[in-house]
Structure formats: structure tokens, C-alpha cells
Design a binder for this molecule. Structure first.
Ligand SMILES: Nc1ncnc2c1ncn2[C@@H]1O[C@H](COP(=O)(O)OP(=O)(O)OP(=O)(O)O)[C@@H](O)[C@H]1O
Ligand SMILES: [Mg+2]
Length: 269
């Protein structure tokens, strides 16, 4: 049975697309046939981050409207054997995603894939609701700041009341917290909430903590999911998160401030 995973947040710009690309790539690297679907109609960021923007011919909305079939619209990742991308449409029509249409496409994808990762748009409008409606698992992407935590809490309410699982009285959507853009230094100085603060407020299991990292911007500028940069802290933290999603228990890394060593303190970098 395919698992449908929504990467959601409420608040915009917290790292959903970065995380969707990284987690989908990580699952595929672990041998699971994975597709990542861009629900952000009109914006289309995912194909840029995955580095396949020039290969987009047909998209999600074309498939819903019967203008193309899935095989025509799915883009096979060039680096990773088991990974595919279903790009978003650039149409301005926000109602292009219907529940029936999305349901049918996800059902067809479920026959071909082990994991379906849904990259949600920001907010709680139609696109975001469509992205979470069919989910089995939700990765609630949150930055360690009050406004982001507040919006994540709203999304948790939506998952518990507006998802298909809630509507049908099935086992609830499994919710995980992914804390992104975490800066231990700014936590120490009191500018940001700590891991414990956010866990206390949202009270859902922690999937991982991704540090604030220059490597993320570098990776997205070159169209390479940051998880493939295993020299970076962010890449390693995403790998740990994927392993936890697959059931491994791993300690958290990169959550304390790196103190400069003795020699560095004396001689600088
Ligand atoms: N761990 C990180 N360290 C540094 N920058 C990051 C990190 N994660 C994300 N970013 C940056 O934050 C910005 C927003 O990221 P991204 O597009 O993934 O967010 P989003 O939640 O998908 O946004 P939207 O709500 O607009 O879809 C990007 O510029 C990205 O490079
Ligand atoms: Mg996005």
C-alpha cells in the first residue's frame, strides 16, 4: 500500500518545498519508489529545486483535466533511479484542483509508487486543503518562531477535522514535527524558540531538526536536493529524518551551538 505524505505548514516560506525534495530523494535512495507532487499551482518551485524545470511538458492539472496521462506528465529524476516528479501547473486558476481529480490521480499514483510526497502550498486555502485531504502522514514543517508555530497548530486542527481520514472516522493522520531553519545560536540568545518549546506547544512526535544552513540556498540554486550534499549539516539532518520516518531511532544532531575549539579561538579560522 502506498503511503501518502503531505509536507505542510500553514505559514509560507518555512521550508516545505526544500523538505519535500529532500525527503522524497532520501526515500528513493533507500530503495522506495517515490513520487513528489507539487500542489503549489501557479508557483511551481519544486521542479526548480529538483533541477528538472526545463523538462516540464505536462503537469498535474493536465492530468486531472485528461489532457495528458500520468506517464506523459511524470518526470524521472536524473540522479535517482526510483524518484519521479509530478510538476505543478502555472495556471492562475486556483480551482483547477478538484477533490475528485486529485483523488483519482493519487489513486493511480498509489498503484505505481511506495511513497507519494505532496508538497503543499502555504496557507489554509483550497490548494493546501487538497494537499492534506488524502494524507496518511503529515510532516508539519515549522520554524522556531511564534508565528510559524501558531500556523502549524492551525494546520494540526485542519488535519484532525478536514482530512479524509477525519471525515471517514478512520485512524487519524499520523503527524510529525519537522523543525527547520534551526539556529542554536539564536536560540541561546533568546531570539528563537528551542526544540523543547516547540515540542511542548505542538505536542506531536519530532521527526527531525534541520539547521539553518547556507548549503540549502546553494543546493536549490543548483537544482540539487540538499540531502545529496552529505558534507552539509542540513543534508545529514534530512538523512536522519528520513531514517526516523522509516522507523529508526536516532539521536538529534546539530541542535547545540558549535563552540570554537582552542586553536580556532586563538588563531581564528
Ligand atoms: N534549513 C535551511 N537553511 C537555510 N535556508 C533555508 C532552509 N530551509 C529553507 N530555506 C530557505 O527558505 C526559503 C523558503 O524555502 P521553501 O521554498 O522550501 O519554503 P516553502 O515553505 O516551500 O515556501 P512556500 O510557502 O512559499 O511554498 C528558501 O529561500 C530556502 O532556500
Ligand atoms: Mg513551497
Amino acid at each position: 500500500m502506498a503511503q501518502i505524505i503531505v509536507v505542510t505548514s500553514g505559514k509560507g516560506g518555512v521550508g516545505k518545498t526544500t523538505s519535500s525534495a529532500a525527503i522524497a530523494t532520501g526515500l528513493a535512495l533507500k530503495g522506495h519508489k517515490t513520487v513528489v507532487v507539487d500542489f503549489d499551482i501557479g508557483l511551481r518551485n519544486l521542479d526548480l529545486i529538483m533541477g528538472c524545470e526545463r523538462r516540464v511538458v505536462y503537469d498535474f492539472v493536465n492530468v486531472i483535466n485528461g489532457e495528458a496521462n500520468l506517464n506523459q506528465a511524470l518526470i524521472k529524476d536524473k540522479r535517482c533511479e526510483k524518484l519521479y516528479i509530478l510538476p505543478a501547473s502555472q495556471t492562475r486558476d486556483k480551482d483547477a484542483l478538484t477533490k475528485e481529480g486529485v483523488g483519482k490521480v493519487l489513486q493511480d499514483l498509489a498503484e505505481k509508487f511506495d511513497y507519494i510526497i505532496c508538497d503543499s502550498p502555504a496557507g489554509i486555502e483550497t490548494g493546501a486543503m487538497m494537499a492534506l485531504y488524502f494524507a496518511d502522514i503529515a510532516i508539519v514543517t515549522t520554524n522556531p518562531e511564534v508565528s510559524s508555530v501558531r500556523d502549524s497548530d492551525r494546520i494540526l486542527g485542519m488535519l484532525q477535522s478536514k482530512s479524509k481520514r477525519a471525515e471517514e472516522g478512520l485512524e487519524p493522520v499520523k503527524e510529525y514535527l519537522l523543525l527547520t531553519r534551526y539556529s542554536p545560536k539564536r536560540v541561546s540568545s533568546g531570539e528563537m524558540l528551542s526544540v523543547e518549546d516547540v515540542e511542548d506547544i505542538l505536542a506531536i512526535p519530532l521527526l527531525g531538526v534541520i539547521p539553518e544552513s547556507q548549503a540549502v540556498l546553494k543546493a536549490s540554486n543548483s537544482g540539487v536536493p540538499v540531502i545529496l550534499d552529505q558534507d552539509s549539516d542540513a543534508g545529514k539532518a534530512y538523512s536522519d529524518s528520513v531514517d526516523r520516518l522509516l522507523g529508526e531511532e536516532l539521536p538529534l544532531r546539530f541542535i547545540t551551538e558549535q563552540k570554537k575549539g582552542f586553536l580556532k579561538r586563538i588563531f581564528g579560522n
